[in-house]
Ligand binder design. Sequence first.
Ligand code: GSH
Length: 316
Amino acid sequence: MKAQFPEEQSETGEFARQEDEFRDWVSADGSTAFPAEAGRYHLYVSLACPWASRTIIARKVMRLEDAIGMTVADPVRDERGWAFRDGPGYSTDPVNGFAFLSEAYVATDPNFRGRVTVPVLWDKQTRRIVNNSEDDICRMFNDTFASSGNGAHWFPPGLAAEQQKLSAFVYENINNGVYRAGFATRQQPYERACRRLFKALDEIEERLVTNRYLFGGRIVETDWRLFCTLVRFDAVYYVHFKCNLRRIVDYPNLQGYLMDLYQQPGIADTVNFDHIKRHYYMTHDEINPTRIVPIGPEMDLTRPHGRERLNAQASA
Ligand SMILES: N[C@@H](CCC(=O)N[C@@H](CS)C(=O)NCC(=O)O)C(=O)O
């Protein structure tokens, strides 16, 4: 059996994701080589990717669209990796004229041999990648670029320890959990990842019985991190990654929560099911060799979610 990413596969059939390579920091106080300046940095993303989507949502919610440019790649990848060309919802690269995102990686480190991933935060001045970790990029948008945007707070100081713990839980079991299920090349690792994933979803479902959002009445980074996986779940992970014990629509609280977040201002514009579906079903050809994209499911995330009723409880 062949793995989708052989370099990241253990002998026993587990998917072990590579580490993010570039972790430099943009600072507001001049303490790093990358000062915060509106117009200097550019985000390269795919609307298909759950990790990139979190940075797209941060840029949107924090109103950083004027301060930080963004280019969307073609959702369908071939062996040359992410590419910039014109199509519905994606485009050529107006900043550097890159045909492939790999050019940004090679410009930054000619010896880079890893998998070229989105998101990427690019510095137009030094002409290199500052950072390709979505965790770091969201944190910088929140902290460093606060004065360029609307100062939305995704990391309330009073919550730090608890939030970090829940974010790690969501990452391990859910965000990366679907990939560990989908990219397993043996039965046991697949089953282990899948059971852990659903156990975690069951726990979150309980938490959302009384909490409108994960930490009550306010939306924080952990909510968006969870959203990026939930919104893809029924359309892709349930089928393509074989995460099929239950769908999100089968969980009343998770489904209401998903619709609630989807209906927040500007968010629906960041979700593109055409990109999401074509990316997964047509790019992972070890998993779906025919590259056929399923026609369903029928989904409507714009229905009333009824979760406003939890506001009073949450702030009490
Ligand atoms: N930075 C993320 C991973 C980002 C990532 O893997 N992005 C995927 C798209 S969802 C990608 O760019 N893959 C490129 C490839 O597989 O060639 C993390 O480590 O958690």
